[in-house]
Design a protein around this ligand. Structure first.
Ligand SMILES: Nc1ncnc2c1ncn2[C@@H]1O[C@H](COP(=O)(O)OP(=O)(O)OP(=O)(O)O)[C@@H](O)[C@H]1O
Ligand SMILES: [Mg+2]
Length: 296
């Protein structure tokens, strides 16, 4: 029998804070807030840099509940997630509840937090099984520590990147069946312009060209994986600094190009069989972005 039931959350407060801090994404904010308030767990599925963490953080703040963030990877063992007994204290004191060091899951359950696991598909299967048990029971038994019950506001949110081939197949149908899924794709150009303008405060022409360039990377035949809005933010910020050292303007062609090469060449992945360097592909994209916007 379940000892803790989920309490409703402040949906209006969540959506209000999301509207203040997140560009567009109103539908997603409302649906995720509603699902969480209804006691559901949520899978956020979208490529890197699509605002998943930004949205979740604002929803947690709006609900007035803590956010516990965990990076999912192969090293996230059940022990790391749940916690462990302090080895040196165990030697002198034996196992005691006081020498238990809670991991993020235990903290999130006892604080009534949103537990946000990024790159969830990279989490080892035995760790996923621990989470599945908690989702069903809202409590868990920790050996030599005791029973941990989830406070009524505890929820799990798992983020997944659809392009991430690592371990994707291992996310069990049981987890999908116990969660709701909200897709977070790339935003439209107007929203991305607003995101980059707000984060950089740079001149509109530079922001426009950087945003256009990352958008071109996403369906470029020579690239398998394109860049997110982070690529545009990085390019703009570098160009502004570079213009200062060079005593030129940030949207001057060479300065913009050097900044874009630094910002994008590591973020994109060449398609199979492409024979030229990634620098050449990105340089073409930068020029094309300029042409499309009627500059070069
Ligand atoms: N809709 C948005 N509103 C405001 N900022 C945004 C939005 N989308 C992206 N950003 C900005 O873009 C950057 C990446 O966003 P964020 O970290 O939330 O993405 P993510 O989906 O969590 O990425 P990852 O999957 O790599 O963890 C941040 O600097 C964030 O401020
Ligand atoms: Mg994130």
């Amino acid at each position: 029998m379940s000892t803790s039931t989920a309490a409703r959350l402040d949906v209006a407060g969540m959506v209000r804070v999301a509207r203040e801090r997140v560009v567009a994404r109103i539908r997603e904010a409302e649906v995720v807030a509603a699902a969480l308030s209804a006691g559901r767990n949520v899978i956020l599925e979208g490529p890197p840099g699509t605002g998943k963490t930004t949205l979740l953080r604002s929803l947690a703040d709006g609900a007035g509940v803590p956010l516990v963030l965990v990076e999912g990877n192969a090293e996230l063992t059940p022990t790391r997630l749940v916690g462990h007994h302090d080895a040196s204290r165990v030697l002198t004191e034996d196992y005691r509840p006081e020498n238990f060091v809670p991991g993020p899951l235990t903290r999130a359950m006892t604080e009534g937090a949103l537990l946000y696991v990024e790159e969830f598909n990279r989490v080892p299967e035995e760790t996923m099984n621990v989470l599945l048990g908690v989702l069903s029971e809202r409590e868990m038994h920790v050996p030599r520590y005791g029973r941990v019950s989830a406070r009524p506001t505890f929820r799990l949110v798992a983020a997944m990147n659809p392009f991430d081939a690592v371990g994707t197949a291992r996310v069990t149908p049981a987890l999908y069946d116990r969660s709701c899924r909200v897709a977070m794709g790339y935003q439209d150009e107007a929203a991305e312009l607003q995101v980059v303008a707000a984060t950089t405060g740079a001149p509109a022409s530079l922001v426009a060209r950087a945003v256009r360039a990352v958008r071109i990377t996403r369906d470029h035949p020579e690239l398998r994986i394109g860049a997110s809005v982070r690529g545009a933010i990085d390019g703009v910020l570098i160009a502004v600094e570079l213009a200062t050292v060079r005593a030129t303007t940030a949207d001057e062609d060479d300065t913009g190009l050097d900044a874009t090469l630094a910002a994008l060449t590591g973020k994109v992945t060449l398609a199979d069989g492409v024979g030229r360097p990634v620098e050449d592909v990105v340089a073409d994209i930068w020029r094309r972005a300029g042409e499309e916007l009627g500059k070069a």
